[in-house]
Design a protein around this ligand. Structure first.
Ligand code: SF4
Ligand code: SF4
Length: 685
């Protein structure tokens, strides 16, 4: 019957010593896990989502099994991780199978053999050898990526080399041990050794050696293999980089506790009355989910490689934010004993410049393979700096003053809100209501501050009006009654101003019995659609690209005029990554007569921010370190080889437009920027 002896060539004393070492390794492992769980439970409680347990579990398992979160942004890394992960998992399962066979069936139940015989055994051998070889290939691939290709997001710390080498030696010695055993027992084998094909190849290589030499080499390498494997198990919870083997799955399971990029409503006044802290001041303000995030970071650097602040030479790296917080937590929340005195995070482990360089683009959240949210931590740190410490870059003083006093971050007079519509016949809700109580309009066109006040962005609003009138859609604007949605205040960290503005807007919307809101600005869109419901404002919110696409589908817009141009589309973060609207703008551009659509290297989910989000529109960036210039450079690269036609970078956000126009000017680029609404309005007959 096909099978083999489990502890071949190991004496009973050796077997006993091995079991004792294994027990010690498991105890060290268990203690490490206990420390992690205890530390995570020190965080603030978070509400559990209502999603069924099985749905959460199946999503997490499917994501991990397919390496979905890694492969979707980097296929090479995805395949490498797939090989290592599945190799590791199958080798681990193989060890468990042998343990059950030997300890349960043979030792405890006293049988000569359990289930590890015959075709099951042969299948086991071929699967483990195959997955083991793929595991080694994955590890070599990982080393080549780090030390051969020198990918910039990867680090080169001693452990970055030691850990994969450790696994490589475990895997390689496992095969050599198998080969030595096959060679030494060739005449007594109960099965065809080619089922253990990797070990068989080695056995042919060493087959000419005397049996005693084979046995001695086997014994030595068996112990080396065993020590290294048990050492790995013991060390696993103490190496943050590899802890993700255990914690990533848990983090994936809890990924929905806080919707991505959407902030929770704070009870600001209540917190002041109760003398409570707002945002993250010290690490005791972190939630259990935040602490789990920190324990799950693989240090892969994907977030950093996609961070516009980092790419443009700023001090911020989302990976460093996570690692700095992790070090801070480990220092102040020891596994045993009382927590140490808590130091303020900003100024101790994180520099203020780091959090103020973030454009809130969510690229880091998008690419993180284990669903860590560095952005949320940055925003909570900002909240504390702004509302408790009263510390923020000087450029925000006027922004807060304008939003608080005149309802817009540019601090423009309210009367200027009507300037963009000069010469157009635009219905204003208050006038409609005065003429006829219960105004009759389908969409409230929420113009937004950028398109109201910025001369270039005003043209988007005018184009949208042309489109609405062409399609005979009943709409109205609020005019002087419109106020900022509060998004810039919220992203900068001033929740109080956000809530005041949001509540004012909701009251006005409700006065006019608003059901549908049309926005130009993805920031307004995101806030009205996703954040107002938590304050009682429930509306059907559409972005102008969504409405245009619908009108084209319904045949209510006819695009007849040719636009002979090559166009590349710049994804707005708040439309794309925040709200997954990637295809709609592209579908419209493809329908424009004469237009050839090309893509920049960074597009859709990996689209690069324009640099305006998170309030950074109002901060001066150092020349040479401007995000918008970097984005314009990427557009220039996309246009290489497309001479002879007009060139446009199309956008669907007034903030992006302002930043891109600025970047185009400073880089003296050979193309223009146009909003999709402008292009559609031009193409109408
Ligand atoms: S949100 Fe964007 S700018 Fe901020 S840390 Fe993440 S990737 Fe960087
Ligand atoms: S936060 Fe996520 S993407 Fe960034 S280094 Fe850690 S695991 Fe990688």
């Amino acid at each position: 019957m096909a099978t083999r002896e489990v502890f071949w060539n190991i004496s009973p004393l050796g077997e006993l010593i091995f079991y004792l070492i294994a027990l010690v390794a498991i105890a060290i492992f268990a203690y490490g896990i206990y420390c992690h769980v205890r530390r995570i439970l020190m965080g603030k409680r978070v509400a559990f989502t209502v999603r069924p347990l099985w749905a959460k579990l199946s999503t997490a398992i499917a994501s991990i099994a397919a390496n979905r979160t890694i492969a979707r942004h980097d296929i090479s890394a995805g395949v490498m991780h797939f090989l290592i992960m599945w190799g590791f998992v199958v080798l681990f399962i193989g060890t468990v199978i042998v343990t059950i066979e030997y300890d349960l069936f043979q030792k405890i139940l006293g049988r000569e053999h359990g289930f590890w015989v015959g075709s099951f055994f042969l299948g086991y051998e071929v699967i483990l050898d195959t997955l083991g070889v793929l595991f080694l290939i994955g590890l070599v691939w990982a080393l080549v990526r780090r030390y051969g290709l020198k990918l910039p997001q990867l680090t080169w710390k001693p452990l970055d080399l030691a850990l994969p080498l450790w696994l490589l030696v475990i895997g390689a010695t496992g095969f050599v041990v198998e080969g030595l055993r096959l060679a030494a027992t060739a005449s007594e084998l109960s099965y065809d050794p080619r089922w253990s094909w990797a070990g068989f190849l080695i056995s042919r290589w060493v087959g000419g050696l005397p049996v005693e030499t084979l046995r001695t080499a086997h014994l030595v390498l068996w112990w080396v293999h065993g020590f290294l494997a048990l050492g790995w198990i013991a060390y696993l919870p103490y190496a943050p980089k590899v802890m993700h083997i255990l914690s990533a799955g848990v983090n994936l399971f809890f990924q929905e506790l806080r919707p991505r990029g959407r902030l929770e409503v704070l009870d600001v006044e209540g917190a002041f009355e109760r003398n409570e802290v707002l945002g993250f001041q010290t690490i005791k303000d972190l939630t259990r989910k935040d602490l789990l995030d920190l324990a799950s970071c693989t240090e892969c650097g994907r977030c950093e490689a996609n961070c516009p602040a980092h790419l443009s030479g700023k001090i911020l790296s989302p990976r460093e934010i996570i690692l700095e917080l992790r070090d801070h937590v480990n220092e102040e929340l020891p596994a045993f004993g009382k927590p140490k005195e808590h130091k303020q995070i900003i100024g101790y482990s994180i520099k203020p410049e780091e959090i103020w360089a973030c454009t809130t683009c969510m690229a880091c959240v998008e690419v993180c393979p284990v669903y860590i949210d560095p952005l949320n931590k940055i925003l909570e740190l900002r909240r504390n700096e702004v509302m408790i410490q009263d510390k923020y870059p000087a450029g925000f003083t006027d922004v807060f003053k304008g939003m608080d006093g005149r309802g817009n971050p540019w601090d423009m007079p309210t009367s200027e809100r009507l300037a963009w519509m000069k010469g157009l016949d635009v219905p204003i809700a208050s006038a409609l209501a005065a003429a006829n109580p219960g105004p009759d309009f389908e969409y409230l066109f929420f113009v937004g501050c950028a398109a109201s006040f910025d001369p270039r962005a005003q043209k988007i609003a005018r184009s949208v009006v042309k489109i609405l009138q062409h399609a005979q859609i009943k709409f109205a604007v609020l005019g002087e009654e419109e106020g900022c949605t509060g998004d810039p205040a919220r992203r900068i960290g001033h929740e109080y101003i956000f809530q005041i503005l949001a509540k004012q807007n909701i009251e006005i919307f409700n006065n006019y019995n608003v059901k549908k809101i049309l926005t130009i600005c993805p920031h307004c869109f995101n806030t009205l659609k996703n954040e107002y419901p938590a304050l009682g404002g429930h509306y059907e919110v559409v972005h102008h690209t969504q409405l245009i696409e619908q009108l084209l589908r319904e045949g209510r817009l006819k695009l007849t005029k040719e636009i002979p141009a090559t166009i590349t589309y710049h994804d707005s973060c708040y439309l794309g990554r925040y709200n997954r609207i990637f295809d709609v703008p592209r579908n419209i551009l493809k329908k424009l007569p004469g237009v050839k659509l090309i893509e920049m290297e960074r597009h859709r989910e990996r689209g690069m921010c324009c640099g305006a989000g998170g309030g950074l529109m109002w901060l001066e960036e150092e020349p040479g370190k401007r995000v918008n210039e970097l984005r314009v450079k990427q557009a220039q690269e996309a246009f290489v080889g497309t001479n002879g036609r007009a060139k446009f970078v199309a956008s669907a956000c007034p903030f992006c437009m302002i930043m891109l126009e600025d970047g185009i000017k400073s880089k003296n680029a050979e193309f223009e920027n146009k909003d999709i609404a402008e292009l559609v309005a031009e193409a109408l007959d």
